[in-house]
Write a protein that binds this ligand. Structure first.
Ligand SMILES: NC(=O)C1=CN([C@@H]2O[C@H](COP(=O)(O)OP(=O)(O)OC[C@H]3O[C@@H](n4cnc5c(N)ncnc54)[C@H](O)[C@@H]3O)[C@@H](O)[C@H]2O)C=CC1
Length: 454
């Protein structure tokens, strides 16, 4: 079982990192000394503030950064900086945007060990998972670089030689607000499609993880993005609210909890701004007795214990068909697996956002589908079975935006990701994300004379 090897791997790797990396970027000694806001192509101290936050290194408990939370003026400065860059960026062809994104992806790839180490220091996840996050991040930029050059509208013929066409246009200044569990990756999932479409972005990371997104901002600048294309403001709820309420923001893409998502939607509604909401979940994983047993066990571990269980789409309600229940339970036990669970228990109904798997026995397909869907969330779901017809039938019946058959928690950038029900709406990744960062203009062209009806 791969995940059980996570702790030894990080212990093994840390001495090596000490040897190969500068002292300032080693686990246990890193101390931030630079401004963490970024606008107009450089790091800046905010012009005003609403309080102060501290960021920690979870493995040691040390404070690694103390920073001011951006106030209303600073948020406005960042938005004006983005507006300036947007005027330049929107005029670029898709191929020109693509080159910048490809170069940013190349730099991330080249600096992946440093970025992964920084992510481990600030987030606390193991280095092998941080490396995967960084890999997904540059792949995201590469993927949207690939799409940037091929964004096109439609040409429609009309009577008398007249015609119409559609143009896919950027929205303007987009705001990204991220959670702390995948700081760098969430920023890439939002900025990749946003910039590919010709938008500029102001990004606010979680105050728990302020460090790596500023490195992403520097990378975009180094890659040739106009100054101000990707800006960073730091802070908590108050800073986030200044962003959401700002009249010149065209769109908000948010990753975080359901209660905050609801507030974001409320603020966006005042300005009629589109939102993408990537929220929490309490996802079901259904294991039929005919599944490949080892795959099902590995899948259940993947579904629960990556990033200390702090993964939005984790399959934390593990429904196991009764005839393999005992064998399965014996196989997956480590901290913390809860057996003999019932659907009405709090641990089964509410998101824990930690490494806790709840095992629930079931007997029939019909019964388990109804119970799996009996939740206000709908982010993800999984099914393990060798019966391919049943697997597809169950996937079709599951009320979730992301369904896995015979695997769990694999999120290639080519596939759209997002939720049903209270897990949010809009999609990240895949071609469809383009629709959430652009708007369609229709141009109707008359080739004849204007016939007056008056
Ligand atoms: N669906 C998805 O893709 C993902 C969802 N999540 C969800 O995120 C949650 C955990 O992340 P947290 O950082 O604790 O979530 P959170 O909702 O507390 O915070 C998320 C972000 O929103 C900001 N924020 C808080 N209040 C705000 C307000 N009133 N206005 C504007 N911004 C505000 C925070 O500073 C932070 O940057 C879990 O519920 C998890 O399931 C996490 C990762 C991925």
């Amino acid at each position: 079982m791969k995940l059980l090897r996570a702790a030894p791997i990080i212990r093994f790797l840390i001495p090596k990192l000490h040897q190969t990396m500068s002292r300032s970027l080693s686990t246990g000694v890193f101390q931030n000394s630079q401004p963490l806001n970024y606008r107009a192509g450089g790091r800046v101290q905010p012009v005003d503030s609403v309080g102060q936050e501290q960021a920690y290194e979870p493995s040691t408990g040390r404070v690694i950064a103390t920073f001011a939370c951006s106030g209303e003026k600073e948020v406005n400065e960042a938005i004006q900086s983005a507006k300036t860059a947007f005027k330049i960026w929107r005029q670029k062809s898709g191929m020109e945007r693509s080159r910048v994104l490809l170069e940013a992806a190349r730099i991330i790839r080249e600096r992946s060990e440093e970025l992964a180490t920084m992510e481990t220091i600030n987030n606390g996840k193991s280095i092998f998972e941080a490396r995967v996050d960084i890999e997904i991040s540059w792949q995201t930029l590469e993927y949207y670089a690939g799409l940037a050059g091929s964004m096109a509208g439609q040409h429609v013929q009309l009577p008398g030689g007249s015609f119409g066409y559609t143009r896919r246009e950027p929205l303007g200044v987009c705001v990204g607000i991220g959670a702390w569990n995948y700081p760098f990756q969430i920023a890439c999932w939002k900025s990749g499609p946003a910039l590919a479409c010709g938008n500029a972005m102001v990004y606010k990371p979680s105050p728990f993880t302020p460090i790596t997104v500023v490195l992403l901002a520097e990378i975009f600048t180094e890659a040739g993005a106009p100054p101000g294309l990707f800006n960073v403001v730091q802070g908590a709820a108050a800073t986030g609210e200044f962003l959401c309420k700002h009249a010149e923001v065209a769109k908000i893409s948010f990753t975080g909890s359901v209660p905050t998502g609801s507030k974001i939607m409320e603020m966006a509604s005042k300005g009629i701004k589109p939102v993408t909401l990537e929220l929490g979940g309490k996802s079901p994983l259904i294991i039929f007795s005919d599944s490949n047993f080892d795959n099902a066990v590995n899948g259940a571990l993947m579904a629960n214990f990556l990033t200390q269980g702090q993964v939005c789409c984790n399959g934390t309600r593990v429904f196991v068909q009764r005839d393999i229940l005992q064998k399965f339970t014996e196989e997956v036990v480590n901290p913390c697996v809860l057996g003999e669970c019932r659907d009405d228990m709090t641990c089964v109904k509410e998101e824990i956002f930690g490494p806790v798997m709840s095992i629930l026995p079931f007997d029939t397909e019909e019964e388990v589908l109804e119970r799996a869907n009996n939740t206000t969330y709908g982010l993800a779901a999984g099914v393990f079975s060798r019966d391919i017809q049943r697997a597809h039938r169950v996937a079709a019946g599951l009320q979730a935006g992301m369904c896995f058959i015979n695997n769990y928690n694999v999120s290639p950038v080519e596939l759209p990701f997002g939720g049903y029900k209270k897990s949010g709406f809009g999609r990240e990744n895949g071609q469809v994300a383009i629709e959430y960062y652009s708007q369609l203009k229709t141009v109707c062209v008359e080739m004849g004379n204007v016939e007056s009806v008056f």
